[in-house]
Design a protein around this ligand. Structure first.
Ligand code: SAH
Length: 523
């Protein structure tokens, strides 16, 4: 080892707590280290969503360890890997669910590193006990209820000889008990607690997959919890919270009460644009399945645009009917050595508020936004201005509806359409999507343009309309506006949700209302 360290500067092992499941609960320090990892060794309970922070060329090693199933690597193998990679000079992040020092064997792994002379750092994480309590609306301490809390492992069979757990002391020794890894032994745990003096009427909550969209909470008493957990089919990973504080959930439950909690919603947008819709839906508690139905590519030739960029001053209007058109137009403008100053001649129109907001990033305040955010709405507003003899430039997708240019030409305008990007269907995500639909795991699909509909259907590749309807049976469909809705109905499907104004926030509101109304109807 001396030999090795002389030649290669040893790396370091960062033992990082991933938090309980919600990827937003990792610490800033943890995220910083993930972004710099060369080797990542991660566990079953660490959210896979955190992997996106790791550099693309990092080596990812799944260490597994799911209670009750075959371990992917033994603890000894994991220890050895940590040592070997660090001595090979790598920056190793060992990512563990929750907090590494709470039932995480973090201590054992570090002892091995010390023996091997490997330097390390530890980053704490939000442990699942506090997360489960928080996300179930149960303050684990509360002045009116309890002043103490104990974290206990339920993995050990209570009553076994040489047990580390003295249930006679624990049963009434702390106001709140949080038991990790206790689902399998729940009947014995309950039996021990009541036998040692805990009131059988004490409230108990069992929280599975805390802080994730699959969170499932069952509340009962020590007397009834075993039956309830069986009825609900609760399996690990779950925590057991015992104590009077559990009663506060009646008032403080918030996470599972969010209007879209438990809903799995497909977001069919371009890779770049999905985030606004996803962030808003997730804010209401939905789980979003993102499928890029459109991929944007530059067009093969910018000849038309390049020519028009030379004579921008001759234009009266430039019309932008999408964010993408804005983005690709400006990329080309800049590539030609021009910028916003060269647009001072023509007026600029945006089809809607989002496109207008996007224009602001490029230093352009839209002169016109129609009242109705469609090509029809834009045409109408422009016709109100009078377009006869006006020169109008429309940078847009290579393939798009001809409505706007044709209408304006019909009213006497000189219209030049300059293709600045093209939509191409992405490849490779069909099977995952089909499996989700066949498994009945999708509640709703959102469409934000006609092309997302046609590309999505192409991606599904159903053999017939019957097969398509069977695949989408029970799945609700949300459309951003009438044009998108028409494409949906033209394909033999029906639209369940459609907002009055065609914006993402309105679409999200409409979805929230839709499920709110459904809930009321079911009650
Ligand atoms: N170091 C981890 C605990 C690992 S022991 C931590 O600090 O949270 C594994 C046990 O943790 C599971 O059996 C379960 O009891 C609990 N656990 C971990 N994540 C959980 C989650 N998201 N929801 C409920 N329980 C969880």
């Amino acid at each position: 080892m001396e030999q090795q360290t002389k030649n290669i500067k040893p790396g370091k092992v960062y033992l990082v707590g991933a938090g309980p499941g919600d990827p937003g609960l990792i610490t800033l320090r943890g995220k910083y280290l993930l972004e710099r990892a060369e080797v990542l060794i991660y566990d079953y309970l660490a959210s896979p969503k955190l992997l996106k922070y790791v550099p693309k060329d990092a080596k990812l090693i799944y260490a597994g360890k799911k209670g009750g199933t075959k371990h992917t690597h033994t603890q000894e193998e994991i220890n050895q890997m940590l040592v070997d990679w660090a001595l090979a000079g790598k920056n190793v992040v060992r990512l563990k669910g929750g907090d590494p020092f709470i039932f995480g064997r973090g201590g054992e792994e570090l002892e091995e590193l010390v023996k091997a002379g490997v330097p390390f750092e530890v980053v704490p994480g939000v442990t699942s006990a506090t997360a489960a309590a928080t996300y179930a609306g149960i303050p684990i301490t509360h002045r009116g209820y309890t002043a103490s809390v104990a974290f206990i492992t339920g993995h050990e069979e209570p009553g076994k000889e040489n047990s580390n757990i003295d249930w006679s002391k624990l049963a009434t020794g702390a106001g709140t008990l949080v038991i990790y890894m206790g689902i399998k032994n729940l009947p014995i745990i309950v039996e021990n607690l009541t036998r040692h003096g805990r009131d059988p009427k004490t409230p108990v909550a069992v929280v599975r997959w805390a802080s994730t969209p699959e969170q499932h909470t069952v509340v009962a008493t020590l007397e009834t919890i075993v039956g309830r957990v069986e009825e609900e089919g609760i399996k690990p990973p779950a925590l057991i919270i015992v104590g009077e504080v559990v009663a506060l959930r009646d008032t403080l439950d918030w996470f599972e009460k969010r209007p879209l909690f438990g809903k799995r919603i497909v977001v069919t947008r371009t890779r770049e644009q999905a985030s606004e819709l996803v962030v808003a839906l997730e804010g209401y508690g939905a789980e979003c399945l993102e499928y890029a139905t459109i991929q944007m590519d530059p067009v093969d030739s910018y000849a038309i645009l390049d020519e028009e960029l030379e004579r921008l001053n001759e234009y009266h209007w430039i019309l932008f009917s999408s964010i993408n058109a804005v983005q690709y137009f400006f990329e080309r403008l800049y590539a030609k050595g021009l910028d916003a100053r060269d647009l001072k001649g023509p007026d600029v129109a945006a089809v809607g508020r989002a496109t207008a907001d996007f224009l602001l990033h490029y230093g352009i305040v839209a002169d016109l936004i129609p009242a109705v955010y469609t090509a029809e709405g834009l045409a109408e507003s422009l016709l109100d201005f009078g377009v006869e003899g006006r020169n109008i430039l429309i940078p847009r997708a290579a393939k798009a509806r001809e409505f706007l240019p044709e209408t304006l030409r019909g009213a006497g305008a000189q219209v030049t359409v300059a293709p600045v990007y093209q939509n191409v269907p992405p490849t490779g995500c069909k099977d995952g999507l089909r499996a989700e639909l066949e498994g009945g795991k999708v509640d709703m699909i959102t469409f934000t343009s006609s092309s997302t509909v046609t590309h999505f259907l192409a991606m599904l590749d159903a053999a017939s309309e019957e097969e398509l309807r069977a695949l989408l049976h029970g799945v609700k469909i949300a459309a951003i506006g009438p044009v998108t809705a028409k494409t949906i109905t033209d394909n033999g499907l029906s639209v369940d949700v459609q907002p009055e104004t065609f914006t993402i926030p309105e679409l999200v509101d409409a979805i929230v209302h839709y499920y709110g109304d459904q809930r009321v109807r079911q009650q």
